[in-house]
Design a protein around this ligand. Structure first.
Ligand SMILES: [Zn+2]
Length: 167
């Protein structure tokens, strides 16, 4: 049985010299940007040393649009959409970036495929906590309210949930 090396890696790598599958990791270091790991390995059969690179590969997050089209999720689109809704509101670019990042993280948990509706709801959920006005603006565009009643109902829900509790 092949012993598990200290790095925890169990992937079999063929030795370039003898084709042996047993090796040990003699050195392991991360690239400067942290995106890859370089491992120095030694073949246990012939002693040859060689280097392997491991790169983090994330599954693409796919958004299924109402039309049925599939497009890759882009955090920049979330930022742009919320940015428009947050015009003149006290929301910093950093908060927008954080929101987009949180939206992406929550969608990845549900992914690898999510609907455009899921994206909109995830944005709304976070925007609601951040800024009520921006939330309502985004909701009005996103949900495509077609009459004033829809908008008022949304305001009512918002007011109810933000009103201090009385007894
Ligand atoms: Zn070898």
């Amino acid at each position: 049985m092949r012993p598990r090396d200290l790095s925890g890696s169990v992937a079999a790598v063929k030795c370039p010299s003898c084709g042996g599958l047993d090796d040990k990791v003699v050195d392991s270091r991360q690239s400067d940007d942290g995106a890859s790991i370089r491992r120095r390995r030694q073949c246990l059969e012939c002693g040859r040393r060689y280097t392997t690179f491991e790169r983090l590969e994330e599954l693409p997050l796919v958004v299924v649009k109402r039309s049925g089209d599939r497009v890759p999720f882009e955090a920049a689109k979330v930022v742009a959409g919320v940015h428009a809704a947050a015009k003149y509101r006290p929301i910093t670019d950093e908060q927008l970036q954080t929101l987009a990042h949180e939206v992406e993280e929550s969608l990845r948990l549900a992914g690898p495929e999510v609907t455009s509706e899921d994206v909109g709801l995830a944005v709304l959920e976070r925007l609601r906590e951040l800024d009520e006005v921006a939330y309502l603006r985004f909701a009005s565009v996103y949900k495509g309210f077609d009459d004033a009643a829809d908008f008022e109902r949304e305001v009512a829900v918002l007011t109810k949930s933000t009103e201090p509790k009385r007894r």
